[in-house]
Design a protein around this ligand. Structure first.
Ligand SMILES: N[C@@H](CCC[C@H](N)C(=O)O)C(=O)O
Length: 310
């Protein structure tokens, strides 16, 4: 059985997109992680799945998996690619589509130039909405002091459908994204793990942002991370309210707009890379061969002399 897929990206945050409206595929965590492997599979930051809706008032169900195989609630760059994908595959002829995600309904609108505007819903900031459950909460106004491997780190928390921690830094280029991002992503204070954004405020309408994503590591761009950072910046008074803020990521810029009490709006591009097919059985069999212990010396005679032959 061959499954068709499309490779896409949103500002370098890359995706494999699979239409499960017209195709059938049994997804397991192992298969997703194998597909996400850049050596053994196709390679992506997230796998996006298009499914028929489970309710009459939406057009599709949008499911998201991180490259480690974990299913997550939201992906902003993926949402823009999702909109362009369903139009290109002629699964929808609407310019405005409503999709259900694990964290609620979002609305996607495309324009004639390939840009997509997404109503990402309202941000949430309460610790139990993240979830953020430190043993002791040290709160200074809206920020929290968290002990990370013995070092106190000041961070903000926001839920954009998925959990985010936001750290304000003087310079994104020198921020300890790998070290701190990794430690905070799996910190016990975040029971569902967390995406960690490092935000530099350039002026009241421009931020730079790097994000260490849950289940992936640092990516070239994170849409929900940009929304969480801008919402935090507006709430703190560092950024202007109700106007487009330029969120500059490694892979390019998004326009993010937020006003207290309203949803966050994200506008940006979505890019097609290529189309292909894969065989789930073939992939799984290949992975099995790689890790299976040798059964008999007869079967594995051709391995003799190979540097890794035991
Ligand atoms: N790249 C995404 C976010 C994908 C999910 C995230 N890693 C999570 O685990 O919540 C985006 O553009 O928002």
């Amino acid at each position: 059985m061959l499954i068709e897929f499309t490779k896409m990206h949103g500002l370098g945050n890359d995706f494999m997109v699979i239409d499960l409206v017209t195709q059938r595929l049994h997804l397991t965590k192992e298969l997703v992680a194998l597909l996400g492997d850049r050596h053994l599979g196709i390679g992506f930051d997230q796998l996006l799945i298009v499914e028929p809706p489970s309710r009459p008032d939406v057009d599709f169900r949008y499911r998201i998996f991180n490259k480690d195989g974990s299913e997550v609630q939201q992906c902003g760059n993926g949402a823009r690619c999702f909109a362009r994908f369903v139009q290109a595959r002629k699964l929808s002829f609407k310019q405005r589509i409503r999709v259900e995600t694990a964290s609620g309904i979002i609305t996607l609108s495309t324009d004639d130039y390939g840009w997509v505007k997404v109503d990402m819903g309202k941000p949430k900031f309460e610790p139990d909405e993240i979830p953020f459950t430190p043993k002791t909460i040290t709160k200074v106004q809206n920020s929290y002091r968290l002990n990370v491997d013995g070092t106190p780190v000041t961070l903000y928390v926001a839920n954009m459908g998925n959990p985010h921690a936001v750290i304000k830094v003087d310079d994104v280029l020198t921020a300890e994204v790998e070290k701190l991002g990794k430690a905070i992503e799996s910190h016990p204070a975040f029971p569902e793990r967390v995406n960690v954004g490092f935000m530099q405020v350039m002026n009241n309408r421009h931020i730079r942002l790097r994000v260490y994503e849950r289940g992936v590591g640092e990516t070239q761009a994170c849409g929900t991370g940009a929304c969480a950072a801008v919402a935090t910046g507006v709430r703190e008074g560092w950024l202007d309210e109700g106007v487009d803020i330029r969120a500059q990521l490694y892979g390019g810029s998004l326009a993010i707009r937020w006003q207290e009490g309203y949803p966050v709006y994200m506008t940006g591009p979505a890019t097609f890379v290529y189309e292909g097919v894969f065989s789930p059985e073939g992939l799984m069999a290949g992975a099995g061969l790689k890790f299976a212990p040798a059964q008999s010396s007869e079967e594995h005679r051709s391995d003799e002399g190979h540097p890794y032959h035991e």
